[in-house]
Design a protein around this ligand. Structure first.
Ligand SMILES: [Zn+2]
Length: 441
């Protein structure tokens, strides 16, 4: 049966009240996507229509209706893999974290020896007060006032759990959680993962979207020195993980954020601990929400928090992790790669990782016709897919990224048609055999 390894069923339940109103939602999306001055009136109208249709999906449809809409476009029964995203700290900083830092600083003050206290107490307290002040100041400044997402975590769990009950053998959702929320749950985020993901549970795999503000090597995910890590657990139980692997996409919007673990450091091209590059590991971003270029803002965060070299570090420690690097680098990167332009590095990096690590997959979702070329998918097939060794072709999966495709003027029926034509008999391999192995083996 056809499997779409990558789609989203976000509903209005995750949006705040004001954004559930279509108009403001459209305006904000428009603002986020392109400055109006760069597009003509005709284009703008078309774009408005797309945004309207996009917003309509979010606001009008239930997850089951979204599934049925896809089924109609596909013209056949199929398996959907809707991916959840934990948007908790997209627009607001994890404030509890600051309080915890404050607490732990105070605790460490208490545990100082009497002598130390007497000796350096005054200077030390001055430093302490200043550092807390600084931290609170930047957290407050980085809050832009509107949190677009309302209880997004809980609502998505509800939405997708219900859908799983309605279509148990047609829908295999992926769970998502931000590791910075570890202290919010009694058993930590690994407890949540164990509660929701598994054969007899509503979710089949895990989705991580690190540009939402954390490192792929966040200690809760990566560090198993004091017990089990998330990756250790997923590797042991072969729980599939899908990550975003493209330079286009989404990110958190804060201008500063504390990052625990590694970041991508451009000058060396390597993954290094964030506190080596930034004081106290607090990343100070060049592009912020007010200096509005959405793609520059997201790209900076996507590189810094999600570069393939950070994932290489994860895979080196957990070489059997079942990891889907979604989007194969993304269509814009792919177009550059096809032209031999070496800034198109992402797809070849993914291919290298697939060669080195036996359980690394990729999916071909959201590969819309960026350059509006005839036979663009044929070119991807001939120049990128076809030359791959067989054992790598076994780990390439079809996906749509429904309903994000609407924003790129790409109806789902055309999308799959393009794939069928370009891939011919290989389509069965990428849309049935490979995703089946990724999801269920
Ligand atoms: Zn997606």
């Amino acid at each position: 049966m056809l499997i779409d390894a990558h789609c989203h069923f976000f509903t209005k339940n995750i949006l705040t009240q004001s954004l559930s109103k279509l108009e403001s939602y459209m305006t904000s999306l428009e603002k986020l996507s392109k400055p109006a001055s760069t597009i003509g009136p005709k284009e703008l109208q078309k774009y408005r229509d797309q945004v309207f249709e996009f917003a309509n999906h979010a606001i009008e449809k239930t997850p089951l209706e979204m599934y049925e809409t896809m089924k109609e476009a596909y013209g056949q029964d199929f398996i959907a893999v809707p991916l959840m995203l934990d948007f908790s700290y997209t627009f607001i900083a994890p404030k509890d974290k600051v309080l915890d830092q404050k607490k732990s600083l105070l605790n460490s003050m208490k545990s100082m020896s009497e002598k130390q206290r007497e000796k350096g107490l005054i200077e030390w307290m001055d430093d302490l007060a200043k550092s807390i002040e600084d931290k609170i100041d930047y957290y407050d400044r980085s809050v832009i006032g509107v949190d677009v997402f309302k209880n997004a975590y809980e609502e998505q769990i509800k939405d997708l759990t219900r859908l799983k009950k309605e279509r148990p053998d047609r829908v295999y959702p992926f769970f998502s959680i931000d590791p910075r929320r570890n202290d919010e749950f009694d058993q930590g985020i690994l407890g949540e993962i164990k509660k929701y993901i598994g054969r007899d549970k509503p979710f089949t795999g895990l989705k991580l979207y690190t540009s939402l503000g954390y490192s792929p090597t966040h200690p809760i995910l990566y560090d198993d020195s004091s017990g089990e890590s998330v990756y250790g657990y997923c590797e042991k139980h072969q729980i599939p993980i899908t990550i975003h692997a493209s330079l286009e996409g989404f990110s958190h919007m804060l201008d500063k954020s504390l990052v625990e673990g590694d970041i991508y450091y451009g000058p060396s091209g390597k993954a290094i601990p964030s506190h080596h590059a930034y004081k106290d590991g607090i990343v100070d971003y060049r592009n912020n929400f007010t200096s509005m270029s959405f793609s520059e803002l997201t790209q900076e965060r996507l590189l810094l928090l999600n570069h393939p070299n950070i994932w290489r570090k994860v895979l080196t420690k957990y070489p059997n992790l079942k990891l889907n690097m979604a989007h194969f680098g993304g269509i814009i990167q792919m177009c550059k790669f096809l032209k031999g332009n070496q800034t198109g590095f992402y797809a070849p990096e993914i291919i290298d990782l697939m060669k080195e690590f036996p359980n690394v997959y990729t999916d071909l979702s959201c590969l819309y016709n960026y350059e509006k070329k005839d036979l663009y998918m044929e070119e991807i097939y001939e120049k990128i897919y076809e030359p791959l060794p067989e054992h790598i072709k076994d780990r390439v999966m079809y996906g749509s990224d429904y309903y994000m495709l609407i924003l790129f003027d790409t109806p789902l029926d055309n999308y799959i048609q393009g794939f069928r034509q370009a891939f011919g008999p290989e389509f069965k391999r990428i849309s049935e055999e490979n995703p089946k192995r990724f999801l269920f083996d």
